[in-house]
Design a protein around this ligand. Structure first.
Ligand code: GTP
Ligand code: MG
Length: 194
C-alpha cells in the first residue's frame, strides 16, 4: 500500500474552484455505484486522513474530491454519472477533464458484475470525444462467478476495439479483497513517473 502522507486536498465543483498544484493527476470516473470511491480507498490504504466516503446508495459522491499522495500524485474521485447524477455533473466533470494540464490518466470504471451498459457507452463516448488517455477497470470481481466475469470481460474487450483513446488492456480489481489493486497501483505509479 501507499506509504506517503495522504491528504484530502480539496473538494470542488466548478473549474474556478479546482486546486492548483504541480502533481500529476489520475481521475476515477464511471457510473454511480460502480465503485470509484471504494477503489480510491483501496489504493490509498487505511490512511484515516483520506476520509474517502463510500456508500451503499448510488449518487453518493456529489463533488470532485482531490487526494494527494505525498509529493507524488493526486487522485481525483468524481461523482457518478447516469441516473443518480448531480445537477452540476456535466459542467463540473467536463470542466475538470478539459482543463487539467497534469491529468496523466483517467481510470474508467465498469462494473465487473454487469459488463458494459448503455450508460457506460455514453461515458466512453465522452472520453473518446475528449481524447484523453484512459484505461478501463472492471470492478467488484469478487462478486461474480468466473464464467460471468469472463463474459463481462469479453464484452469489454470487444468494445475496446472501437475506442481508439483507450488502452487495449482492461484491469480487473476488487476493492473488497484487494485483488488486482497492487497491479493498478503499479500502473498508476508508472504513468505518473514514479
Ligand atoms: P458514487 O459516488 O455514488 O458515484 O458511487 P461510487 O462509484 O463511488 O461507488 P462506491 O465506492 O461508493 O461503492 C458503491 C457500493 O459498491 C458500496 O456498497 C460498496 O461497498 C460496493 N463495492 C465497491 N467496490 C466493491 C468491490 O470491489 N466488491 C464488492 N463486493 N462491493 C464493492
Ligand atoms: Mg463515490
Amino acid at each position: 500500500s501507499v506509504t506517503h502522507k495522504i491528504e484530502h486536498l480539496k473538494s470542488a465543483v466548478y473549474e474556478d474552484q479546482l486546486p492548483e498544484h504541480d502533481l500529476p493527476e489520475v481521475a476515477f470516473i464511471g457510473r454511480s455505484n460502480v465503485g470509484k470511491s471504494s477503489l480510491i480507498k483501496a489504493i490509498l490504504g487505511e490512511a484515516p486522513e483520506a476520509r474517502v466516503r463510500v456508500s451503499k446508495t448510488p449518487g453518493h459522491t456529489k463533488v470532485l474530491n482531490f487526494f494527494t499522495v505525498g509529493k507524488q500524485l493526486c487522485l481525483v474521485d468524481m461523482p457518478g454519472y447516469g441516473f443518480h447524477m448531480p445537477e452540476h455533473y456535466e459542467k463540473s466533470v467536463e470542466g475538470f477533464l478539459s482543463s487539467r494540464k497534469k491529468l496523466s490518466r483517467v481510470i474508467f470504471l465498469v462494473d465487473g458484475t454487469v459488463g458494459v451498459t448503455p450508460t457506460d457507452v455514453t461515458g466512453l463516448n465522452m472520453m473518446e470525444e475528449m481524447s484523453l488517455p484512459y484505461i478501463i477497470v472492471l470492478t467488484k470481481i469478487d462478486k461474480s462467478k468466473p464464467a460471468v466475469l469472463l463474459k463481462n470481460f469479453m464484452s469489454v474487450r470487444k468494445y475496446i476495439d472501437q475506442l481508439p483513446a483507450c488502452l487495449q488492456q482492461p484491469f480487473l480489481v476488487s476493492s473488497l479483497t484487494g485483488e488486482g489493486v497492487e497491479l493498478l497501483q503499479a500502473f498508476i505509479a508508472h504513468v505518473t513517473g514514479h
